[in-house]
Design a protein. Structure first.
Length: 222
């Protein structure tokens, strides 16, 4: 992904200011900084949930900021897995149905293929036995793991996670960190906005934000 001189303002508040950044495929990148430094805004711009006031956003060779809202929504569903801080699972759908949902929306494979993929993902996160449960019956750590499985459902090349361990205990934080770090492969890129120092040794790139600006980039930029 590539950001070129990107700026975003909400009212009079500047959230991101003149950010240029390259994150190559197949790496784990962490965006760190104090609350209000622009971490969530940066993820929203990369995912196409929001668009910059100025600058360009490129993901896997395609510019996304100049497209329509509908185009970006369809593109995001197929190409980006987003793990939200507060899970955003559908409470009246079962665990299995939550993971199936993005695949149903894009028509991923046949029904049997979708169910098999969803069950395989739940097995990979250790929750296949809770496929029939509802989100309200799960712990915070379990709900976050389901959110990660849902983000992986359509096999996206880019996964964005916004403070994925902010509300978890120490044991579940470790599990989620290991799970996310283990998702990186040659083509899949993971970008995490986090306050957790424990994530940093696992990262290939660390982007430090202060007041919406990139203060420092550590690691290999390409």
């Amino acid at each position: 992904m590539r950001l070129i001189e990107v700026s975003k303002k909400y009212g009079v508040q500047v959230a991101v200011r003149n950010v240029s950044l390259v994150v190559p495929r197949g790496v784990l990148a962490c965006i760190v900084g104090p609350s209000g430094s622009g971490k969530s805004t940066l993820l929203n711009l990369v995912s196409g949930i929001d668009v910059p006031d100025r600058g360009e956003v490129w993901v896997h060779g395609e510019r996304i900021d100049d497209k329509s809202d509908d185009w970006r929504a369809r593109w995001r569903l197929k190409n980006v897995g987003v793990v939200f801080q507060f899970y955003h699972l559908v409470p009246f759908l079962t665990v299995l149905e939550n993971v199936l949902l993005p695949m149903e929306l894009v028509g991923y494979g046949s029904r049997s293929e979708r169910v098999k993929r969803a069950l395989d993902l739940l097995d990979a996160i250790g929750l296949e036995d809770k496929a029939g449960r509802f989100p309200g019956e799960l712990s915070g750590g379990e709900r976050q793991r389901v959110a990660i499985a849902r983000a992986l459902a359509c096999n996206p090349l880019l996964i964005l996670a916004d403070e994925p361990t902010a509300h978890l205990d120490t044991e579940n934080k470790k599990k989620i960190m290991e799970l996310l770090a283990g998702l990186v492969d040659r083509d899949r890129t993971i970008v995490i906005a986090t306050h957790e120092r424990e994530f940093l040794p696992k990262c290939n790139i660390i982007v430090r934000l202060v007041d919406g600006c990139v203060e420092k980039i550590e690691g290999v930029e390409a």
